[in-house]
Design a protein. Structure first.
Length: 203
């Protein structure tokens, strides 16, 4: 349930809230998209200003799945926006999910890694503005050794290590207070979440 300080925008709600709800998402996973829509539009206000404020916090975990070739690039872009414009992180996640089909296997198969990164950075323009987009592109540019990664590679590694440490395989995977909540479905809406919280939230 820990989160390194550089990734604090991935935490929604009061960091001191006694309960923790974690979502492992892949930006090119259709089920992650469905789940995140509910997280963003319903759960986010519920834990920031609703009845679960100061009781439940949400942590978003980035979970790129290697069988989708462009998944790593989408997560790199998300981390670059997080660093360049942390207050716009969740909004950019919404944009990524809304445009995920552009980065599915077949559409992305004819693009170079550089072209994919350019497109992902350009998607952020309406959210963060031109100047910040240039910063994002800079963060996604290889500058060190031939195999040294980008400026956000260490943050990407952290997220992947957390997934491996917790034996997370599929997306979305949901944890409540550190344990996998296998009954949670990506199609859940207000009624199902209300029932879930009524049975789980004790503090």
């Amino acid at each position: 349930m820990a989160l390194q300080p550089s990734l604090s925008p991935l935490l929604i709600g009061n960091p001191s809230a006694p309960h923790t709800l974690e979502f492992y998402y892949d930006f090119v996973c259709p089920f992650s998209r469905k789940s995140y829509n509910t997280t963003y539009n319903y759960l986010r206000p519920l834990v920031t200003e609703g009845k679960l404020a100061n009781r439940v916090k949400i942590i978003l975990r980035l979970h790129p799945q290697p069988w989708h070739g462009s998944s790593t690039f989408t997560h790199e872009a998300a981390l670059a926006v997080l660093r360049a414009a942390p207050e716009k992180t969740l909004e950019y996640f919404q944009v990524l999910f809304e445009n995920q089909e552009k980065f599915f296997d077949i559409p992305a198969s004819s693009l170079t890694p550089k072209q994919i990164r350019e497109q992902l950075a350009d998607l952020a323009q309406p959210v963060i503005g031109d100047a910040k987009v240039e910063q994002v592109k800079d963060l996604l540019t290889h500058k060190t050794t031939p195999n040294g990664g980008t400026a956000v590679t260490d943050d990407l590694k952290y997220n992947i290590k957390v997934s491996r440490h917790n034996s997370i395989h599929v997306s979305p995977t949901v944890l409540f207070d550190g344990l996998i909540a296998a009954d949670v479905s990506s199609s859940w809406q207000e009624a199902e979440w209300t029932k879930f919280f009524d049975s789980k939230v004790t503090a």
